[in-house]
Design a protein around this ligand. Structure first.
Ligand code: FES
Ligand code: FES
Length: 140
């Protein structure tokens, strides 16, 4: 099977393991959890982010019950958001993911799941930390 160049770049030739599978402590106030499902196929993705006082994502984990494209999308997303500020992570679009992984059109909804998941995780973080808004985070 031919691996598209971008996917090969992300999943190095000999290391195709998903990055950052697992969970973060849901009860930690610094952790935002996004749990989303794809209406098109019934697949489910859980994405968790850990955010520091400055509003920067320091850790990210995923659990995905779905197809390979959904797993690759969430795996890539965790690597993408680590070190990103919340407001920048909120701007990630599914095409940023599908382009990197060279997903075919029929698999675009799998990357959409990842976009929905990061948005849901950020929303959960804000719900748990109502005092912290983008404008009063340190450094903004
Ligand atoms: Fe079955 Fe996505 S439709 S894994
Ligand atoms: Fe539905 Fe991939 S087929 S998430």
């Amino acid at each position: 099977r031919v691996t598209p160049p971008a996917a090969r770049r992300f999943y190095h030739e000999k290391d195709i393991r998903p990055r950052n599978p697992g969970s973060l402590d849901k009860s930690d106030p610094a952790v935002g959890t996004g749990l989303v499902g794809a209406p098109a196929c019934g697949d489910v993705m859980k994405l968790q982010i850990k955010v520091d006082e400055s509003g920067t994502i320091t850790d990210a984990k995923f659990k995905t019950f779905g197809c390979g494209s959904a797993i690759a999308s969430s795996s890539y997303l965790t690597t993408l958001v680590k070190g990103m500020r919340l407001e920048d992570a909120a701007k990630i679009k599914n095409v940023d993911i599908s382009k990197e992984l060279c997903l075919p059109p029929v698999k675009l909804h799998c990357s959409m799941l990842a976009e929905d998941a990061i948005k849901a995780a950020i929303a959960d973080y804000h719900t748990k930390n109502p005092g912290i808004t983008a404008s009063n985070l340190a450094g903004t």
